[in-house]
Each structure stands twice: as C-alpha cells, then as structure tokens.
Design a protein around this ligand. Structure first.
Ligand code: SF4
Length: 312
C-alpha cells in the first residue's frame, strides 16, 4: 500500500524530508525549503553530461525542481537551489510537465532524472503516475543530495530504477557549516544503505549500455577537505562494498557566493584530487568514474538559458 506522504495533500503538514517542519505548504507559511504544494520547476531539459551510462548518446531528460532542502553555501546550481525569491522557478501544470517530458522521450531519450527531488516527493510521484497512465515507462533516475528520510527511500522501491545520491559529508560540523544540516551524515548514510539494500552493487544495462537499474554514489571533492572525502570512501568500503560504483567528481568551482570564503574560494588542486583517487584505488574500488580537473571549467550550467547544458 502507498504511504500517505506520497499524496500532495500530505504537504499541509509537511514532514517529507528530514527537516520535519510540519509546515502547511498550501498556505503562505512555508517551511525551510520555502516551497509550496504546487509543481515548482526550474528546468526540464536534456543533459548529456551525467555519467556515460546515465546520459547515453541521447542524454537524459532531467526535471530540475526549484529550491532545495539543503542550502550548501557553495552550491554549483545556486540559480535554482536557493530558498529565496531570486530562484529560477516556474509553476507549471502537471499536464505541461508531462507533455514536455514526453517530447524528449519521443525524440529518443530513455531516462527521466528527478534532480533535487527530496522536498517534492509527492509531485515527483504524481509525474511518474501520469506518465505511467499514458503507458510511458521511462527509466526513473533519483538524483538526490541524499538528505532523504529512509522511509521515503523504502517507499520508492519499485518506482525508482537508478539511485544517484550525492554523499557529501562525513563530519557533522562540516555539514552544519556548509549545508546547514548537522545531521546530514547519519541521515545520508541510512538513506544510501537502503538504496544499496534495494539495488546492490550491480548495474543492469540495456543493449546500448544505459543503466536500467542500480546505484551510483557521487562524491564532489571539496577544496581543503580531502580528509572528508577519504572518510566517506572508507565508510562505503566498510559498510556497503568496494564493488559499488563511485563517481568521484573534481568539477567543484567557486561561485560568486563563496568568493570571500577562505577555503571554498578556490578549485581543488591536482594533488588533492589525486590523493582521493589513490585512496579509492587502495581501498579496492574498481567500478565508477573519475574526472579531469578541467571539468571545473566545463560543467557550469546556466539555468537562465533554455538549454542550461548546451556546452555538451
Ligand atoms: S520538504 Fe520543506 S517544508 Fe517539508 S519538511 Fe522538508 S524543508 Fe520542511
């Protein structure tokens, strides 16, 4: 049976994410994420720059929800993730969202990725339901910051095909300072453990090599925080498996928001990134992706454009 929190009506007492605000999102008094109960979308677009088995040659149709239940000071997508009035946000009907997704699917893309969905779970479920009603069954990718309740992840079993969590912090103080979420480490570990329980380490692919089911754990290496990255890799090795697919990202770039930050105002160095790569190899991880350091200058989307990722 479906849980009540899959219904949009549950947002009148919103506890869908670990913030547990209890806000009535149908009223003007919103919660931490400053998001109401409608469909708040920043962009629906093709993205060819995800991991190769996610994007394939045709790209993935990504649905970017507006705002976020984390407020990372360095957010690379700050144009769409800030919980303030400047955020790029379009309130679009369910019908229009589905129509726009369908155009991309009809053009040959096979997967739909929901990006930062943790505060819009009922809306995400409604979109998937609507697609299914039309007998459209794309591969569903859950692209999350991993600040998700474990019961949400449990309830998504059978609905999500590929989990793509970003495992950000091992240290509580870092999570508090950078993302205003002191409990992020415990919450994300529980969520990722549940994803691993559902999917294991094997990724099932179609005849073109596109992931149809599985788990990829992403980690963005931050400048001055190699120890955090190393702890995360060790936790995955000790608690999940070294057979898990890891996407180790070097693409961090300092946005305007951290220009005066004493650590986050720079890119990561080759030495920092290579020491994390070396740890990954020493631990025995052998599946996944690493990036070139130039990624930092090539992966900067502009959500003011119709095609935010048109550099791919
Ligand atoms: S989704 Fe938003 S309103 Fe609901 S609990 Fe999380 S932060 Fe609060």
């Amino acid at each position: 049976m479906r849980p009540d929190f899959f219904e949009i009506s549950s947002l009148t007492n919103c506890k869908i994410c670990p913030r547990n605000c209890g806000a009535d999102r149908s009223s003007k008094k919103l919660g931490y994420c400053n998001s109401d109960a409608s469909f708040n979308i920043s962009s629906i677009c093709i993205h060819k720059g995800e991991e190769p088995i996610i994007s394939g040659s045709e790209g993935i149709c990504n649905v970017f929800f507006s705002r976020c239940n984390l407020q990372c000071v360095f957010c690379q997508n700050f144009q769409i993730s800030k919980n303030n009035e400047d955020v790029i946000n379009h309130q679009i009907s369910l019908e229009e969202i589905v129509n726009r997704i369908k155009v991309h699917l009809d053009n040959g893309c096979k997967s739909v990725g929901f990006v930062s969905p943790s505060h819009f779970i009922p809306q995400m479920v409604a979109i998937i339901d609507e697609l299914n009603k039309l007998a459209v069954k794309p591969i569903i990718v859950y692209n999350t910051n991993a600040y998700d309740k474990v019961e949400t992840i449990k309830a998504l079993e059978g609905m999500v095909d590929v989990y793509l969590p970003d495992f950000k912090y091992f240290y509580n103080e870092l999570a508090k300072e950078y993302s205003d979420a002191i409990d992020y480490p415990e919450i994300s570990k529980a969520a990722i453990k549940e994803m691993f329980r559902q999917k294991g380490a094997t990724i099932l692919k179609d005849e073109n090599g596109i992931a149809e089911s599985g788990l990829i754990i992403r980690h963005l290496v931050l400048p001055g925080n190699v120890e955090n990255s190393i702890k995360i890799l060790n936790w995955i090795a000790d608690n999940l498996s070294t057979t898990v697919h890891i996407s180790l990202m070097s693409q961090y770039f300092p946005t305007e928001n951290v220009k005066s930050h004493n650590i986050l105002n720079q890119r990561i160095s080759e030495t920092e990134y290579q020491s994390v790569v070396k740890e990954m190899e020493n631990l025995g991880f052998y599946r996944g992706w690493i990036q070139e350091l130039e990624s930092a200058s090539t992966y900067q989307p502009d959500f003011l454009k119709n095609h935010p990722f048109d550099f791919f």
